[in-house]
Design a protein around this ligand. Structure first.
Ligand code: C2E
Ligand code: CA
Ligand code: CA
Length: 597
């Protein structure tokens, strides 16, 4: 708009008329500006170089009421810079005012910034944008509410750092937190606990992912409730949790590990049933002053956890450097084992079982060995736990079932009527294919079902007694006998025993072994278990009979069967016929009926 003063001199009345026109135009202009400003949804002000507010729009006028903040109830004539300072008199705000002054002087083109405004209803975020309105240095400042955008950005940044299921820090964030702690100049010792739920895969496979997810959330809550304020629980993925313990040495970490284990004492509600679970924990620590990276520390804790699991679940192990090679070796072995089944490297040895009342051989327990091409004959303890952890045990057991059935049928063709025991892992129970796998093996071998005994450990039965009972019942109906193995090593399921339809109770060899040192106590315990078995309609089998004295004792105490080095060590199938013949003094052995008590 050209200024009237800049034009040629005009007659007074004309000038007056022009001035009036001009005033009208200015008036109209101001109306337009106000209209435009009012149409803007964001609080907007026009200020002069000193910050005096020349114009404010409707959104600005409404802001004080909207946010219920008196500091914002300042209108035309008030000072914008003072309003800013009243909200926050900090260095950032001072600098922002300095920038607005620079903008006003034409020393910069734009001022743009995001800032937080704490209000009665929580923090709101605004995007401030200012530009110079004219040569006189007047400045237009708009304040756009970007709270929802900031909230969304923050949420997505939060999500990037957290596990969506448990809301715990995720792998990347955990590593970041551990690295930050390790890098702290004056830090104390740092410990990392690596937790892995035993048998979680079975829960997921048998009860479904929803139940698995529920379990993980429950775990997150339980773990978090047991930590100190300075600890951080995170989830690496799957059922793997990592706990960062600041200012914590190995002893402290072990104490915490114990607390974690005790949270597992209480059963977990999985679907409709309460299930007991256990956890394997690995611990690795970085002493004060040592330089380590998070990836190293977590890997060491992982190796220790792996070793804990390998030693038989529900354990805690502290990392030591020798573990590294031992565990690497085990990982290798687990991978090899899959191929070993295909390559025919597994063999079964058979350990005879004696029927005590008649002194005849009932049959034999099939015990797997791995004829490793480089490492020689490996015993089950070297690879069964690995097979169980790596999902190889089910195919392994299928092979054992098939081979044991085939061998038993072959013996039968040679006139040897034997009943063969096969060990079943708890994991197999969970797959739901056990009954079918057993039938397949019997059918392929052409063997009668009553020539097979499946051995299940007391602990695997205790893990899920209802499911065990259902599968036992199905097997027994079809004629396959079931025994409870290693009974007395845990004594956890004594009360459940009554409801489990097993035909044979195998007394753990630890019960028999103590007869050497504490004969009378041991005898009392054996007698009690035999009595319990009889009361439940089961026959009893004494395992690990190593001496004549033990054999005599278990016979006296009423055990139905016995097995142990004193009778015979496990042997390759080719030797069994010879052993039997030798025992019978050259006469063909008389078969023993399984049902004989
Ligand atoms: P288990 O089922 O308790 O098998 C008996 C184990 O005790 C065998 O060890 C046997 O050699 C040993 N033993 C027998 N008599 C005596 C004795 O008088 N004294 C002592 N000290 N030990 C005796 P082995 O063959 O090393 O098997 C160990 C375990 O490995 C078995 O314990 C069983 O739990 C597992 N296992 C063996 N074969 C298989 C299999 O095919 N599948 C599965 N899932 N597990 C198997
Ligand atoms: Ca067994
Ligand atoms: Ca046993």
């Amino acid at each position: 708009m050209p200024r009237a003063t800049g034009g040629p001199q005009l007659p007074h009345d004309v000038r007056r008329r022009v001035d009036t026109d001009h005033a009208d135009a200015e008036h109209a202009d101001a109306g337009l500006v106000t209209g435009v400003l009012d149409a803007l949804p964001s609080p907007t002000v026009l200020i002069d170089p000193d910050g005096t507010m020349l114009l404010v729009n409707g959104a600005w006028r409404a802001a004080g009421d909207l946010l219920d903040d008196d500091r914002l109830r300042v209108g035309v004539g008030g000072n914008y810079f003072s309003v800013m300072l009243s909200l926050s008199d900090d260095a950032v705000n001072q600098q922002r005012i300095a920038r607005l002054r620079e903008l006003s002087r034409g020393e910069r083109d734009l001022v743009s910034a995001d800032y937080a405004l704490p209000t009665a209803s929580g923090v709101r975020w605004y995007h401030l944008q200012a530009s110079r309105a004219d040569e006189s240095g007047r400045v237009v400042v708009t304040h756009t509410d970007v709270t929802s955008r900031v909230a969304a950005e923050r949420a997505s940044a939060w999500q990037a750092r957290h596990d969506h299921l448990t809301e715990l820090p995720n792998r990347a964030h955990l590593h970041h937190l551990i690295d930050a702690e390790l890098a702290r100049a004056d830090r104390g010792p740092v410990a990392v606990l690596f937790l892995d739920v035993d048998g979680f895969k079975d829960v997921n496979d048998t009860l479904g992912h929803e139940v698995g997810d529920h379990l993980l959330r429950e775990l997150a809550t339980r773990l978090t409730s047991r930590t100190r304020v300075q600890d951080t629980v995170g989830r690496l993925g799957g059922d793997e949790f990592v706990v960062l313990c600041r200012d914590c040495d190995v002893e402290g970490a072990l104490a915490l590990a114990e607390r974690f284990q005790s949270t597992f004492d209480e059963p977990f509600q999985l679907g409709e049933r309460a299930t007991r679970l256990t956890v394997s924990i690995g611990v690795a620590a970085a002493a004060a002053g040592t330089r380590l990276r998070s990836t190293d520390l977590v890997r060491d804790a992982d190796l220790a956890m792996y070793a804990a699991k390998g030693a038989g679940r529900n354990r805690v192990r502290v990392f030591s450097p020798d573990l590294r090679s031992a565990v690497e070796q085990k990982v290798l072995v687990a991978a090899e084992l899959r191929d070993a089944i295909e390559a025919g490297q597994l063999v079964l040895h058979y350990q005879p079982v004696l029927h005590l009342p008649s002194g005849q051989v009932l049959g034999a327990e099939a015990l797997v060995r791995w004829q490793h091409p480089e490492r020689g004959l490996l015993m089950p303890c070297d690879f069964i736990p690995l097979a169980e952890q790596n999902g190889v045990v089910v195919p392994l057991t299928r092979w054992v079932l098939g081979e044991a059935a085939r061998q038993t049928a072959a013996w039968e063709r040679d006139g040897l009527i034997l009943v063969t025991g096969v060990n079943i892992s708890a994991a197999h129970f969970g797959t739901g294919t056990l009954v079918a796998d057993v039938h397949d093996a019997l059918e392929a071998a052409g063997l009668a079902p009553d020539r097979l005994i499946l051995e299940l450990t007391e602990t695997s039965v205790a893990e899920d007694p209802l499911r065990a009972a259902a599968q036992f019942a199905q097997l027994r109906i079809s004629g396959v006998e079931v025994s409870i193995d290693d009974f007395g090593s845990g004594f956890s399921s004594l009360s459940q025993l009554v409801s489990i339809p097993a035909g044979v109770l195998k007394l753990d060899r630890s019960l028999i072994a103590t007869t050497a040192t504490r004969r009378s106590e041991s005898a009392a315990a054996i007698a009690a278990v035999v009595g319990l078995a009889t009361a439940c309609g089961m026959r009893s089998l004494a395992e690990g009979v190593e001496t004549d004295d033990q054999l005599e004792l278990v016979t006296e105490l009423g055990c139905t069967y016995a097995q142990g080095f004193h009778i015979a060590r496990p042997m390759p199938p080719a030797e069994l016929a010879g052993w039997l013949a030798e025992r019978a003094g050259g006469r063909p052995p008389a078969p023993v009926q399984l049902q004989t008590v």
